[in-house]
Ligand binder design. Structure first.
Ligand code: ATP
Ligand code: MG
Length: 435
């Protein structure tokens, strides 16, 4: 036998078992984004390496060690996109979407980072990204947070996640704070690990985000950026908090939240859960007013977030939210040659009448017993049985495979019209969970 070729470590197949949870999440995301009037944008998976170096920042985890970078046949350096914001900005500038306009955009798709694979952390993973351009006020920051909060409710996850909020102020305020922070960190430099030593010179704020337990307490005592904010940023943050208060969205102000990318200013936030171990952030975002200009466009305020879909799928599965559906309403058994032709036609007619109905045809024939076995396995609610007898009487035998209503027979014969009525009841009964 030939060797089996395996997939790449950290790049997973999503199997038929799991796709219902994905579809459940994705269909609700689309519904949510539509209800806020956001527009979808699609862009390539591969970009010039310079795009990510210039936007995410040279001294970040992503650019230093996580990018899939390669030379193409022309010798150009290309990179599989590790995130979407920079690409969205590039596409916006290139296609003239950002000049004197407001845009509220979203995208969904795979991202690539060479990280150590573990639960909730993969090398190919999927994000939903939302980016808004041309609005500078805290009201739009609030809208994005409200939108994400609504999404947790739609998934039934509102009790599983909490919101952390911080402000990074302006670039100038951060510059001033940076020297205060470096002074403090230098006083404790003996505690700093190698990574942090290096970042002391290049990107000291990132040290605040360190997960190294040995320096947690020292970091805890460090001067806080929140206390060095410029007046405007302070007001922006206060207004944002007031908007969130007005709709009852709870948040925790986490002054150590700096985010792993260089382009953020003012608002940053993360939705975190304690139900996924170390990989607890399910959604992260913030304002990046300088990025459009930095990538060659005109100065344009911007704010956005990205959700990690794998982590959401894990949460949804873990919470055993069975409100996404994968089993068919009905499974169709066709006994004999005549029934085979009539059955295929019947299930087409049922789909014409009720586009939402899910019917699983047992193809390939077989004895009643073997077809019944497959019917049970399909987990359908009802079996439709069609044989010569039914055809002669123009009826369909309906067998209830799962819980049947009291004082209803286990099995009955219905006309096609009666069958359509039965499906209508089934569809209304499950209206909330139908996708
Ligand atoms: P983390 O701190 O978990 O590494 P990050 O700050 O690198 O996250 P972002 O770049 O802000 O993450 O990406 C937004 C979201 O995308 C994360 O909150 C997470 O849900 C998801 N995500 C990021 N990296 C991965 C990955 N390697 N595998 C799965 N999901 C990921
Ligand atoms: Mg990361």
């Amino acid at each position: 036998m030939a060797d089996k070729i395996q997939s790449i470590r950290g790049m997973n197949d999503i199997l038929p078992d799991e796709t219902p949870a994905w579809q459940f999440i994705e269909s609700r995301l689309r519904q949510l984004l539509k209800s806020y009037n956001y527009d979808e944008i699609r862009f390539p998976i591969v970009e010039k390496t310079a795009l990510f170096k210039r936007s995410i920042g040279e001294v970040t985890d992503i650019v230093e060690k996580e990018m899939y970078t390669f030379e193409d046949r022309n010798g150009d350096s290309l990179t599989l996109r590790p995130e979407g914001t920079a690409v969205c900005v590039r596409a916006g500038i290139q296609n003239g979407l950002l000049v004197n306009q407001q845009q509220r955009l979203w995208y969904i798709g795979p991202m690539f980072r060479h990280e150590r694979p573990q639960k909730g952390r993969y090398r190919q993973f999927h994000q939903l990204g939302v980016e808004v351009f041309g609005l500078s006020g805290p009201d739009i920051d609030a809208e994005l947070i409200m939108m994400s909060a609504r999404f947790w409710k739609m998934l039934g996850l509102q009790d599983s996640v909490t919101l952390q909020l911080n402000s990074l102020g302006t670039a100038q305020a951060r510059e001033q704070y940076r020297s205060v922070l470096v002074d403090y960190l230098q006083q404790h430099s003996e505690l700093l690990d190698e990574d942090s030593q290096r970042r002391l010179q290049t990107n000291p704020l990132r040290i605040l985000d360190s997960k190294n337990p040995a320096i947690q307490e020292m970091i805890e005592q460090a001067p806080r950026l929140m206390e060095h904010l410029d007046d405007e940023s302070r007001q922006h943050f206060a207004d944002l908090c007031a908007y969130l208060d007005s709709v009852g969205i709870a948040y925790e102000i986490n002054t150590r939240l700096v985010r792993g990318l260089d382009y953020y200013n003012r608002t940053v936030f993360e939705w975190v859960t304690d139900k996924l171990g170390a990989q607890g952030t399910v959604c992260a975002g913030g304002r990046y007013d300088g990025l459009v200009k930095q990538l060659g466009g005109r100065e344009t305020p911007a704010v956005g977030f990205a959700m990690g879909l794998e982590r959401l799928v894990l949460l949804v599965q873990q919470e055993q939210l069975k409100n996404y559906i994968k089993q068919p309403h009905a499974v169709l058994l066709m006994m004999g040659e005549r029934a085979q032709a009539a059955g295929l036609a019947l299930s087409e007619q049922l789909r014409d009448a009720l586009p939402k109905v899910r019917i699983f045809n047992i193809c390939g024939g077989g004895s009643f017993k073997s077809q019944m076995k497959r019917a049970d396995k399909s987990q359908a609610e009802i079996a439709l049985i069609l044989g010569d007898d039914e055809l002669d009487k123009q009826l369909i035998t309906v067998k209830y495979l799962r819980q049947k209503a009291d004082n209803k027979p286990q099995q009955e014969s219905l006309s096609q019209d009666q069958l359509i009525e039965l499906f209508k009841t089934m569809l209304t009964k499950n209206a909330l969970t139908e996708q």
